[in-house]
Ligand binder design. Sequence first.
Ligand code: LLP
Length: 416
Amino acid sequence: MTEYFRYHHNQLYAEQTPLSEISEKFGTPCYVYSHAALTHSYRQFEHALREHEHLICFAVKANPNLAILNLFARLGAGFDIVSGGELQRILAAGGEASKVVFSGVGKTAAEMRLAIQAGILCFNVESEAELLRLNEVAGEMNRIAPVSLRVNPDVDAKTHPYISTGLKKNKFGVAYTEALDLYRKTSKLNNLRIVGMDCHIGSQLTELSPFIAATEKMLILADALANHGITLEHIDLGGGLGIRYLDEVPPAISDYVQALLRVLQGRSEKIILEPGRILVGNAGVLLTQVEYIKHGAEKNFAIVDAAMNDLMRPALYDAFHAIQPVTLESGKSVEQYEVVGPVCETGDFIGRARDLAISQGDLLAVMSAGAYGMSMSSNYNTRPRAAEVMVSGKIMQLIRERETVPQLFSGEKIFD
Ligand code: LLP
């Protein structure tokens, strides 16, 4: 529960809009975002960083809906992208290419061309092979590409292994011990211009110490570069700040930024951050309806109309999302349920062993679903993807139509 999703008179609201009205108007499953929550989280970063030159690059992968990108763009955000597709979304949403950093281990030549053409701020290059390709592509275009090396600082983020990225054994970035050499090589490539250094150690971090350790290592490297005549315009410390799903106590945005600034004291480089989850995670819920209650031999099941294709995190990471009834009713008895979807997989669950007072037809809100919810959704089982709605006060607006089944197979052809 946050101040943006709260009960009034036993009804769960998004800001001043009852979630039941959203379901009546747009159906379920449906993602619902709070405009005020999104704005507030972004502004907290701006405020905390106000005394140091900075750029907050929203990690688009967390939630790439055009309305969300447009909101952040209007607030002044830059963007962290990992594909040409994400760049096109930013341009379509009114974002500025000059505030875009491009991460990812597998950039294609076509994606590089697109990004050079658009005039992005920086390529976060993750290997020597990528560096050589980028130099070649920029050369063919008669352009100079701005680069930063994504350095893998070999710091343990202490998070789920699937979303830990800053260890030696991970595929991300260039090895810390090789970074200096690679920067020197980069400085000799004619179509590249070194502008920064970058790291991202993982996601859903709930402690400050790994961020501090990574930043300290980055600065040691930046100083070593300076000794070799290589100066940086910016240092990008990635994203990764965690949110509360259940009982985690992640650092507040202001404490996180303060901790980074303490390490960066006296530095003149611009700071770039790439937050994703913290900006959107608790600004969204997934609204779903109970289709059936089923009393199995061992367990009770609440079968809902959202499934692993809509919210993959529980199936993929065993992630926890709180589940709240949209209407609190006294008189219903509390029972323990497996909250599951209709998809034909045992892994298709939204929540396990949840104590809920619910019956068939009830609406449920799956909380903290604004990050990596819709963005990781799929059409498995030929399920059209959910609608998305943005709420601001009493206003609700559809920001993505529910997909239709014909759309799903419109590109397919019978073999003849
Ligand atoms: N920058 C880079 C280079 C990244 O790879 C990521 C996330 C971010 C920034 C943003 O990290 P955040 O602030 O959101 O933690 N699907 C997973 C999370 C995968 C994160 C991938 N990289 C999940 O649902 O938990």
